[in-house]
Design a protein around this ligand. Structure first.
Ligand SMILES: CC(C)(COP(=O)(O)OP(=O)(O)OC[C@H]1O[C@@H](n2cnc3c(N)ncnc32)[C@H](O)[C@@H]1OP(=O)(O)O)[C@@H](O)C(=O)NCCC(=O)NCCS
Length: 197
């Protein structure tokens, strides 16, 4: 399967275009990663772009990583040995009629945003969804003013399905969010794994 971004070094390591010195490794998170994930979600940018609360505690992240619900895939992006980004893919397996669907959430450390890390995490998640879980529908929610995230999702063929008004309270005011979804063409069209140009 052709990769849409980055030069493949091994099954999980990539160079980011334009930053040849930067080698990003994607792996599953482990319980001992809790401090790094707490740090990412303590960043103002990550808090503003997600539903996480400010001042996340290490204990909360420790529990979250060691007590994962069934069907939750938690990927991390590492540069050298530092965790710089996180993506979760939740495969809802409780209802037989939703076995084809998965929900995504992600955040990159504020210092590492805009450098291609999000694209690498998305490439890994789409590969997992398409080629290993056989998901047909990937869905997510994103604030309407999160231009960088919306751009990334559109590149991966997510379409806006609707707007949720006053979806969440953020920094003193309500903000709207888009529901976005990527429908895999099960007839085998290239749109399943190739980004828009
Ligand atoms: C959204 C997020 C995950 C994207 O990850 P990232 O590593 O920053 O994204 P990338 O570097 O892979 O860039 C994604 C695209 O956005 C573009 N981009 C970068 N900065 C941008 C900006 N300020 N406005 C619009 N687009 C921007 C990039 O150029 C890239 O597009 P390209 O490949 O066509 O050049 C990350 O910025 C983040 O964690 N934000 C805070 C938390 C958040 O919003 N999470 C998403 C919840 S839905």
């Amino acid at each position: 399967m052709p990769r849409a971004q980055g030069e493949v070094l091994s099954s999980a390591q990539f160079h980011v275009p334009g930053l040849p010195w930067m080698k990003v490794t994607i792996r599953h998170s482990e319980p001992e990663d809790f401090q790094s994930l707490r740090e990412i979600f303590a960043q103002p940018g990550a808090t503003a772009g997600t539903l996480q609360m400010p001042y996340p505690s290490a204990d909360m992240w420790k529990k979250r990583l060691s007590d994962r619900p069934k069907g939750l895939y938690s990927l991390v992006a590492c540069v050298d040995h530092d965790i710089v980004g996180s993506l979760t893919l939740f495969h809802e397996s409780r209802s037989p009629r939703r076995l084809h669907a998965g929900e995504l959430g992600m955040a990159v450390h504020d210092r590492w945003q805009g450098k291609g890390v999000g694209g690498e995490l998305m490439a890994a998640a789409v590969d997992l969804a398409d080629n290993w879980l056989n998901l047909v529908r990937l869905e997510l929610t994103v604030y309407t003013d999160n231009d960088r995230a919306v751009r990334l999702y559109r590149k991966w063929n997510f379409n806006i399905e609707g707007t949720l008004e006053k979806y969440a309270f953020r920094d003193g005011r309500f903000v709207d969010a888009f529901c976005m979804a990527r429908i895999r063409d099960t007839a085998g069209s290239a749109t399943a794994t190739t980004k828009e140009s």
